[in-house]
Design a protein around this ligand. Structure first.
Ligand SMILES: Nc1ncnc2c1ncn2[C@@H]1O[C@H](COP(=O)(O)OP(=O)(O)OP(=O)(O)O)[C@@H](O)[C@H]1O
Length: 669
């Protein structure tokens, strides 16, 4: 069932009866047909048979995306005074080696030995074990509880659908399966291989055996220049482009934090099995913010403005108990109760909630899910995903992570670039520092070509990290997880960390980074589902209730007759609207007025202007509102300026009704 999404205009009942947007069950096939017919998007290279995970946007999809991005720029970059960037897509391999992507940005895949069909190993194990547990419940006659259904729903996003068969499992096995499922994000490829062998997991459709899991890096590799000696990758995220420019950004911001950089751009991931339309693709638009903040002071100067924003939270401890019920809470309370780690992270969660609702997302189908420890990168302090519910289940559309100082530290360690903030202290202060000293020869012999990188990494550590290493060294050795993602055991004879007293006039620190990362394609598709409904009278009459803010076309201009004078008039009106910057569309086809309106309901066009013979005699024009089909009438120029105000959001439909007369001349539904 599709619930009503927030429309841009209010619909006072005195103007027209309320719209029933839930008269029909949501039918994905009908929506898909509409999106194809109205060319929102289509498979890329379709006439050549297409390629999975690559899509082209048509005029409507491109217009919608451009408007979402425009709203995003205004909501974040302009409103928050962020520093905008446009960095290269082609990325030097060294950058992605340092960030850990070359070694770690990989998934494990398995292949059907006969058909060659490919699966993501973790997704397949998850799907099969869940189906077996479901079958076990059926065999035992246990009814599925709603929350478990919902958990399945959440995971449906990434898995192949596996049918359950009512077979009772040994109690021991049920426990083992539940344990594996809780830890599914933790397993290495060989471990997944063991699980597949032990529980005889085969291709669920063909029953054919599968190969051992093979690691597959999701980045598209390339070579820069004709010699092929400079290795590069198409970036898998825009974030690294921010970090490598941090020193310049900091200088631009007069050396002060907090501040944020923001970037909109394409990213590429060679997904193993892209099966869910725009939700898992190989090339997509991201909008990413990197907010740099003092690690000792994560308060946000504007937190008070969002303190009362209510979020729907799914915290990690609830998930640890296998439950999925959410809690509604203000962000102020969530930070005060330490459910959300800090004010800055909370601020961005609230601002993101406001953004999603502003562009028309149904707030009742948006939730913030906290990452569990096994989902987070080892360096991340706290992560929340904005998940949006669609027919694919609950899908992560925005990730909000506190990435701590990881990225800047590793790039600083690798390049020696000054990716640190220096703050002049009001008073000099005497501090105790921890200083690492190495047995250079022995250290070099043990760690060989990694020795330099390891040393730099340890030199760049914050005091707290050095203290942990020192404490471990006191017990004989310390294991350090380095920027390359590997763990190195350093014995106490190779490294000493001693306290030294120094007088400081400056405080130096590497800022922490809070990163809201938006997948625009996922947001766009979810918005289409949330906006879609069908008229009560006819299931085939689909409407996209996109707010005027993001609708690709704001106003349809039509005439009820093919009379040449009327045709000239609608082109004049269109010219006037274009001058005001209103994206309008003339439909001078010979289709009936009802058909023209229906066509534009499918395009999500919020307003329609119609001229008839009275327009020639009295200079009037009618104005139709898409969702309610209510109509108003007034002088042509007044109607145009009302449309302008409606589109800008300075008045709503009630405001429009105050400026025009109500009209019931032509009923289009
Ligand atoms: N293959 C993809 N297709 C479309 N959008 C994507 C894809 N991968 C990531 N995104 C978008 O980019 C955002 C940030 O990327 P991030 O690296 O956090 O995703 P992720 O955790 O790898 O996603 P997933 O677990 O679904 O693969 C996501 O919230 C999502 O909206």
């Amino acid at each position: 069932m599709v619930s009503a999404s927030a429309a841009s205009t209010s619909h006072p009942s005195e103007l027209h009866p309320p719209v029933n947007k839930t008269a029909h069950e949501f039918d994905k096939a009908v929506l898909d047909a509409l999106l194809a017919r109205r060319f929102f998007f289509s498979p890329a290279f379709e006439i050549y048979g297409g390629v999975a995970g690559l899509y082209d946007y048509g005029p409507t999809g491109s217009g919608l995306q451009a408007n979402i991005l425009d709203a995003w720029r205004k909501h974040y970059i302009i409103e928050e005074d962020m520093l905008e960037l446009d960095t290269t897509i082609m990325t030097l391999s060294e950058v992605l080696k340092t960030s850990g992507h070359v070694d770690k940005f990989a998934d494990w895949m398995v292949k059907d030995v006969k058909t060659g069909e490919i699966f993501r190993a973790d997704h397949l194990v998850e799907a099969v074990l869940e189906a077996r547990l479901k079958g076990d419940k059926e065999a035992r006659g246990v009814k599925e509880e709603a929350p478990i259904e919902e958990a399945d729903d959440k995971k449906k996003k990434k898995k192949k659908n596996v049918k359950s068969v009512a077979v009772k499992l040994p109690d021991e096995e049920v426990k083992e399966f539940e344990y594996i499922l809780a830890k599914i994000d933790d397993y290495t490829g060989p471990q997944l291989g063991e699980i597949m062998k032990k529980y005889k997991i085969v291709n669920p459709e063909t029953n054919n055996d599968l190969t051992e899991p093979v690691e597959f890096n999701l980045m598209f590799e390339s070579a820069i220049g004709p010699t092929g000696q400079i290795k590069g990758y198409l970036r898998p995220e825009t974030a690294q482009g921010h970090f490598v420019n941090f020193a310049r950004l900091l200088e631009f911001n007069n050396g002060k934090v907090p501040f944020a950089s923001a970037q909109i751009g394409r990213s590429f991931r060679n997904e193993i099995a892209p099966r869910q339309g725009l939700l898992r693709v190989r090339e997509f638009t991201m909008a990413e913010i990197e907010h740099y903040v003092d690690p000792l002071d994560k308060v946000h100067p504007r937190f008070d403005e969002v303190r009362d924003v209510v979020l729907t939270l799914l915290p990690k401890d609830v998930q640890m108990e296998g439950r999925t019920e959410t809690t509604q809470m203000t962000v102020g309370d969530a930070v005060a109760k330490k459910i959300v780690d800090n004010e800055t992270l909370g601020y961005f969660l609230a601002r993101t909630q406001l953004f999603l609702v502003k562009i028309g997302m149904d707030a009742t189908r948006v939730r913030c899910r906290q990452h569990m420890a096994n989902e987070m990168a080892h360096y991340a302090a706290d992560c929340w995903d904005f998940e949006i519910q669609s027919s694919y289940g609950w899908i992560e559309c925005v990730g909000c992570a506190d990435r701590s100082a990881y990225d800047l530290s590793v790039h600083a360690a690798r390049t020696k670039a000054p990716l640190r903030v220096q703050q002049k202290l009001d008073e000099p202060r005497v501090v105790e520092k921890l200083v690492p000293t190495f047995d250079a020869k022995a250290f070099g012999m043990k760690f060989k070509k990694e020795a330099g990188m390891l040393k730099e990494f340890i030199f760049a550590m914050e005091k707290e990290q050095l203290q942990c290493v020192k404490d471990e060294l006191a017990k004989g050795s310390s294991t350090v997880q380095a920027p390359d993602g590997n763990k190195y055991e350093i014995s106490s004879d190779l490294l000493k960390i001693e306290p030294t007293t120094v007088t400081e006039h400056m405080r130096e620190f590497i800022p922490n980074v809070i990163e809201p990362s938006f997948g625009i394609g996922r947001i766009l598709y979810s918005l289409l589902e949330h906006s879609y409904w069908a008229r009560e009278q006819d299931k085939a009459r689909g409407v996209l209730s996109l707010p005027a803010l993001v609708a690709p076309i704001k106003c349809l201009i039509v005439t009820i007759s093919q009379d040449p004078a009327l045709r000239t008039l609608i082109h004049d009106i269109s010219r006037k609207m274009r001058k005001l910057g209103i994206a309008s569309r003339v439909d001078d086809s010979s289709a009936s007025i009802g058909k023209k309106y229906a066509r534009n309901d499918e395009l999500g066009t919020p307003f329609g202007c119609t001229v008839d013979f009275a327009s020639l005699q009295k200079g009037t024009m009618t104005l139709r509102e898409r969702d309610s089909t209510a109509q108003l009438i007034g002088p042509i120029d007044t109607v145009i300026s009302v449309v302008d105000e409606l589109v800008k959001g300075t008045i709503d439909w009630k405001g429009a009704a105050g400026k025009l007369e109500s009209y019931s001349g032509v009923q289009d539904v």
